[in-house]
Design a protein around this ligand. Structure first.
Ligand SMILES: [Zn+2]
Length: 80
């Protein structure tokens, strides 16, 4: 069962991935993700989508935000 703040987190996730979230919000998101398998699964799926975008010439997601997110989730970095 998703907790109530899961929906809020997922709503903020795109700005997080785009590097537009404030440092406070980033920490909040990372803390939530670290303890929430539901959101980890969603981000895992989302991450696969994001790697697909990398076939495009321009990178929409800053490397730093993506790497940090992957590290938080203990996922393997997607192939570059
Ligand atoms: Zn969650």
């Amino acid at each position: 069962m998703p907790k109530p703040d899961c929906r809020q987190l997922l709503a903020e996730l795109s700005s997080y991935l785009e590097g537009e979230a404030s440092p406070e919000l980033c920490r909040e998101i990372e803390r939530h993700l670290a303890g929430c398998p539901n959101c980890q699964a969603v981000v895992d799926t989302l991450g696969k989508t994001i790697s697909l975008y990398h076939t495009l010439p321009e990178e929409d997601v800053p490397d730093e935000a993506r790497r940090r997110l992957w590290r938080v989730l203990h996922l393997d970095l997607p192939p570059r």
